[in-house]
Write a protein that binds this ligand. Structure first.
Ligand SMILES: Cc1cc2nc3c(=O)[nH]c(=O)nc-3n(C[C@H](O)[C@H](O)[C@H](O)COP(=O)(O)OP(=O)(O)OC[C@H]3O[C@@H](n4cnc5c(N)ncnc54)[C@H](O)[C@@H]3O)c2cc1C
Length: 374
């Protein structure tokens, strides 16, 4: 008998958990993948009904055609911009939807569960928790899918997430005009396991606040329950440096079928830089997306741009390439853990970073030029 369950997806599983949410037999279980990510499989209880495959984000995607234009966008609120990752677009869109009394689902650092997960947001007070990119896989629990389905019966629901997650939500909810989706440009996510290990090394106390970035400043900021603050530049922290060098992502991210210009969300947002200033690129993929832009012109400054400029954004054009040292890192990570694997595999890079810190950027660049001339 041919397989009609998610076991045909194999390593392409993106961890959306949609299969787990719809399985009528509780036959879905998770395995640990190459770098600690959870990969979902169908077990002995499976009756081959095919429900898991029908919602699987790695299997089926309904995408919009690529657009000719996009918008350079930036919020007009300075305090919003300060806490956002690029132009503060996700925050402003969510705020607009909340003012209509509708509901948001977005990724937050959950202080009680000590993990990044998609959470239901219904008030302006809760909204700041979704602000900023969390560079890790965000979990969408079964209860969250159920709650989205229920909410979409009576309210508009705005879901913001990575394209695979948007696809999963759309597959589960089906045709419903109440569902509005924003997908992020995404080059991939490391596992929650890896972030957990990094946080445990920094502090034994629960984490109150976790932030990866403010605009073009890629700094990891953490505050633990005792009020102690850790702040470290991205390339000087093992977890963050691995993320930025494409060495630690989920296996499925390296063959992501969403890393192109045909998008799944009504609107796509990602990074966009012009003359050294950070903005968001805002891509309207559907009429709903265009409407969202119209409704936010008073709070977001938009400028139209030709889509050929999006060729510069790798994650909109092809899946992320593997770092040449990724295999070595992965083998060591599984045997010895995060820090040993990172420092042993990338020691030359680490030495260069230390020299840069000691000498300062100017002197270090001058020194490098001299060496290269010789
Ligand atoms: C893992 C990851 C990789 C990315 N890679 C790229 C890239 O290669 N190129 C690029 O142009 N842009 C990338 N982005 C998008 C970029 O970092 C910004 O999120 C985007 O530009 C929106 O900025 P903003 O200021 O409008 O968002 P904000 O207003 O700051 O809001 C951020 C939004 O992102 C959501 N979010 C945060 N973390 C996650 C997560 N882990 N999973 C799902 N949703 C999340 C939040 O819920 C919120 O809605 C990536 C984002 C993530 C999360």
């Amino acid at each position: 008998m041919s397989l009609s369950n998610i076991n045909i997806i194999g390593y392409k599983c993106c961890g959306c958990e949609a299969c787990y949410a719809v399985c009528p037999r509780d036959a879905i279980y998770s395995l640990r993948g190459a770098r600690g990510e959870l990969v979902y499989k169908a077990g002995d209880l499976c009756i081959n009904c095919g429900k898991c495959l029908s919602v699987c984000a790695a299997k089926s995607a309904k995408t919009y055609e690529a657009t000719d234009v996009f918008f350079r966008g930036i919020t007009k609120q300075k305090d919003v911009l300060k806490k956002s990752s690029s132009g503060g677009i996700a925050f402003e869109m969510a705020r607009k939807i909340l003012t209509y009394g509708d509901i948001i689902y977005a990724a937050v650092w959950d202080v009680d569960k000590q993990m990044v997960r998609h959470s239901r947001i219904t008030s302006l007070r809760e909204l700041p928790s979704m602000q900023g990119s969390k560079y890790v896989h965000s979990t969408i629990e079964k209860e969250t899918y159920v709650s989205i389905l229920e909410d979409a019966k009576t309210h508009k629901v705005l879901f913001i997430g990575c394209p695979c997650q948007v696809s999963a939500v759309k597959n589960i909810v089906g045709d419903n005009d109440n569902l509005i989706c924003i997908d992020l440009v995404c080059h991939g996510v490391p596992s929650a396991e890896m972030l957990e290990e990094q946080l445990r090394i920094l502090t034994k106390k629960p984490i109150k606040m976790l932030s990866f970035r403010h605009g073009l400043d890629f700094t990891l900021d953490i505050e633990d329950s005792s009020g102690k603050v850790y702040s470290v530049k991205g390339y000087d922290n093992p977890y963050y440096s691995l993320f930025l060098s494409f060495s630690s992502l989920r296996e499925s991210c390296y063959s992501c079928s969403y890393a192109n210009r045909k998008r799944v969300g009504d609107l796509t947002i990602g990074d966009y830089t012009e003359d050294g200033t950070g903005y968001s690129c805002v891509i309207p993929n559907s009429d709903i997306g265009k409407q969202l832009i119209k409704e936010t012109v008073s709070i977001i400054d938009y400028k139209k741009r030709n889509a050929c400029l999006l060729l510069e954004n790798d994650a909109l054009n092809h899946p992320t390439y593997r770092n040449a040292k990724m295999k070595d890192f992965t083998d060591r990570y599984n045997k010895y853990g995060l820090y040993f694997a990172y420092y042993r595999t990338f020691y030359i890079f680490v030495i260069k970073r230390v020299c840069r810190r000691i000498l300062g950027d100017k002197l270090y660049d001058k020194f490098l030029k001299r060496i290269k001339k010789k």
